[in-house]
Design a protein around this ligand. Structure first.
Ligand code: HEM
Length: 145
């Protein structure tokens, strides 16, 4: 009888231990998941402008581990290096776009689009009704310093 009681107690203690272990592991992994969620929200949902260095007005919501990516910025001199068909950066309304991949598919010809490489093409680009800055969003490389 005594032996049976000892066995029962051992089983009980093992069971309680297993349950506690389960909760400990589970709470750790959910903490991890919520951290990951915060990180991915921070890097994707913040507007690019507010994440830029020096002008961050949302400093109070920036996580301490610095997971927010910053928007690069370049001087006109740097942009002007990318002035040909192998690398064509252009400035439109203070934003820099790498439009190299558009050069050979430009509907008005290669020479027309090349005029905008390495320079501020705000006026040139704005003159054409068919141009739409929103179309260039995926070619954005940074802001003009
Ligand atoms: C800053 C660089 C660019 C410059 C300087 C430029 C210049 C021009 C010019 C001068 C025209 C008018 C041609 C004419 O009426 O005879 C034109 C037309 C056009 N461009 Fe650009 N362009 C640039 C970038 C782009 C890009 C990146 C796209 C596409 C995403 C694009 C799409 C078009 C389209 C659709 C037209 C109209 C063509 C037509 O009406 O047949 N351009 N461009």
């Amino acid at each position: 009888m005594r032996k049976r009681e000892i066995i029962m107690w051992t089983i009980n203690i093992a069971l309680v231990g297993a349950i506690i272990l389960f909760f400990v592991i589970n709470s750790n992994s959910s903490q991890y998941t919520s951290k990951m969620t915060i990180k991915s929200q921070a890097t994707t949902s913040l507007p690019v402008k507010s994440a830029s260095v020096g002008t961050n007005t949302n400093a109070n919501i920036v996580p301490k581990n610095n997971t927010i990516s910053t928007t690069p910025s370049y001087t006109l001199a740097e942009v002007s290096q990318h002035n040909n068909e192998t690398s064509c950066w252009t400035i439109i309304d203070g934003k820099i776009y790498d439009i190299t991949s558009y050069i050979y598919s430009h509907p008005a010809g290669v020479n027309k689009i090349l005029q905008g490489c390495g320079v501020d093409a705000t006026k040139m680009y704005g003159r054409v009704g068919a141009h739409d800055v929103a179309r260039l969003a995926n070619t954005f490389v940074g802001n003009l310093k």
